[in-house]
Design a binder for this molecule. Structure first.
Ligand SMILES: [Zn+2]
Length: 199
């Protein structure tokens, strides 16, 4: 049936390629866009393109920043630059910031090691982390998922930082096994962070 609606088929194919959109929701997302008034849809596309053009990754911590501005974390005088929290992606920054209990800076890896999916150390921002760890850095918090990929990535980073004069820590044991940061509530993240233990 879809073959007879080539425009719809093309749209569905595009939505299908968006990660995190569950396959059962593809039609709903398509309907949402198609039912939008044309001016609102045009505005949506324009905002998306503008964001794409105006944002970039901070060359230090890899968080999003405005191209014509500075990184809100790396450039803030209120942030403790001697503590770096290593996380998988941008969403985790939001989870940690929501707790209001972290004052250090971040390092976003852009994923986790996953040999089965062909993700190796060179695909992640690990080397830029190693380069960041100078004598001024006191602590690296490995705040990665409590999953086999997260554990393997933490172990790889710990090994890469061997010989550096820095304390490695990780979240408290209160973190549920198999959990990812962005799925946890604010209090759990706050506790895991404030009660962190040596790696
Ligand atoms: Zn930054």
């Amino acid at each position: 049936m879809i073959d007879q609606l080539p425009s719809l088929a093309l749209l569905l194919k595009q939505i299908q390629q968006v990660p995190y959109v569950a396959s059962k929701n593809i039609y709903r997302v398509a309907n949402h866009f198609l039912d939008m008034p044309e001016d609102r849809l045009e505005q949506f596309c324009a905002i998306l393109l503008t964001a794409k053009n105006k944002l970039q990754h901070c060359p230090v911590c890899h968080a999003w920043q405005e191209k014509n501005g500075a990184c809100v974390f790396c450039s803030s005088p209120r942030r403790d630059k001697t503590i770096i929290c290593v996380i998988q992606s941008w969403q985790e920054v939001l989870s940690i910031e929501k707790t209001g209990g972290y004052n250090g800076v971040y390092h976003i890896l852009g994923g986790l090691l996953c040999p089965l999916e062909g993700v190796g150390p060179d695909d992640l921002k690990i080397q830029t982390l190693v380069n960041r760890v100078t004598d001024e850095i006191k602590e690296i918090i490995l705040a990665l998922d409590q999953t086999p990929e997260g554990e393997a990535t933490s172990a790889y980073i710990a090994d890469a930082l061997k010989g550096k004069n820095v304390m490695l820590s990780c979240f408290s044991r209160g973190m549920p096994v198999g959990s990812s940061l962005e799925m946890l509530d604010r209090l759990t993240v706050f506790k895991a962070l404030s009660e962190r233990r040596p790696w």
